[in-house]
Design a protein around this ligand. Structure first.
Ligand SMILES: [Zn+2]
Ligand SMILES: [Zn+2]
Ligand SMILES: [Zn+2]
Length: 356
């Protein structure tokens, strides 16, 4: 009898975060059974305009307000980080594993989940932040990576931001999340394998080589500064998907110097201003950074980059759905990446709300 059939195994599976193996796709699914009490303020955004005020008394992320877990936020005046009250991963969960004939595999998964409020202002999104606010945010993310990396059992630090109802953001107050986990999740693991294979075969970096080609062709570049380039990848899936690449071959956030952290803030702002200007709306997206795992190895093959996955297709209300053929077979798109890049490139870099 496998441990999953034991009383103890059943108890763990019902109570603690774990990952389960999908033997058809040979990848893992994270299960967080303790997380059903999570607060939800995402809907609120639908009935409000983007410039609704700097403070919202009902927001659990605003300074001085009580969070859903009962803790009260300090009266923070800059970027604020706290441990997620409804974390998908927990640092202290018991270690267990089950294997039912190789088809019912599960492993316990520990982790640390944090929330980063970009600023005390409820209405201040990345595209409208100033240099100081952006520099604070990228500086905090670098420090978070460094601190989480110091836990020997943390092997990956995933930073991501969901903006807007369409991508399931649970609160409109601008913030991102950090999920640091005991294992390297599917996507970073797959990208890591691609970096390593390219490095082994050609002795060069996959994304350094790719950036060189894109710089020559210049047809998919959206905007750039001395430190970073935003482009629509040749293989983009979402209509206005972009990737932000560091010009210098750096493996992680912690390798960026002060100037590069400021340049990163600049490119994130310029990219998201273009997004907001595209349909004159608070453009929804899911974005996140990919960087070397924190498993103790050097990983010189890794190249720091960010992905933006926005769901909108033709207007502020027409979205692309990943269903049917996309879900069952493979992604497909209609507007070409070159066309999407040209449309984003031609947009002004002054936010539409600041032009009014
Ligand atoms: Zn707020
Ligand atoms: Zn590189
Ligand atoms: Zn990536």
């Amino acid at each position: 009898m496998s441990p999953s059939d034991s009383k103890e195994g059943k108890k763990w599976i019902e109570r603690y975060p774990h990952r389960r193996f999908n033997p058809l796709l040979r990848e893992w699914v994270l299960v967080a059974p303790h997380r059903t009490e999570r607060p939800w303020q995402g809907r609120v955004e639908e009935v409000r305009t983007p410039s609704e005020g700097a403070y919202d008394p009902s927001c659990y992320l605003c300074p001085g307000n009580a969070r859903a877990g009962g803790t009260r936020n300090p009266n923070y005046d800059s970027t604020f980080v706290f441990d997620n009250d409804f974390a998908a991963l927990l640092p202290e969960s018991p270690e267990f594993s089950c294997d039912g004939a190789g088809l019912l595999q599960a492993r316990s998964e520990r982790g640390i989940c944090r929330v980063v409020c970009f600023s005390p202002r409820h209405d201040l999104t990345i595209p409208r932040m100033n240099d100081v606010e952006l520099r604070n945010t990228t500086g905090i993310l670098a420090r978070q990576y460094r601190e989480l990396e110091s836990h020997s059992w943390i092997r990956n630090v995933q930073m991501f931001e969901n903006r807007g109802n369409l991508v399931g953001a649970s609160n409109p107050h601008p913030h991102c999340q950090i999920w640091a986990s005991e294992s390297v999740p599917n996507t970073p693991a797959r990208e890591g394998a691609a970096f390593a294979a390219h490095q082994d075969g050609r002795h060069t970096c996959l994304l350094c080589d790719y950036l060189r080609i894109e710089a020559e062709k210049a047809e998919r570049i959206v905007c750039e500064n001395e430190g970073f380039v935003t482009l629509v990848p040749y293989w983009a899936i979402w209509p206005f998907e972009t990737m932000v690449l560091a010009r210098r071959h750096v493996n992680a956030f912690v390798d960026l110097d002060d100037d590069e952290r400021a340049l990163l803030g600049d490119i994130l702002r310029r990219t998201t201003i273009r997004y907001d200007n595209l349909f004159q709306t608070a453009f929804p997206y899911s974005m996140g950074f990919h960087q070397r795992p924190t498993d103790g190895a050097q990983h010189p093959e890794w190249h720091l980059h960010a992905h933006y996955y926005p769901p909108l297709l033709r207007s502020a209300t027409v979205q692309k759905f990943m269903v049917g053929y996309e879900q069952l077979a493979m992604p497909q798109r209609d507007i070409t990446p070159e066309n999407a890049a040209a449309r984003l490139r031609e947009l002004p870099e002054i936010h539409y709300l600041d032009r009014l």
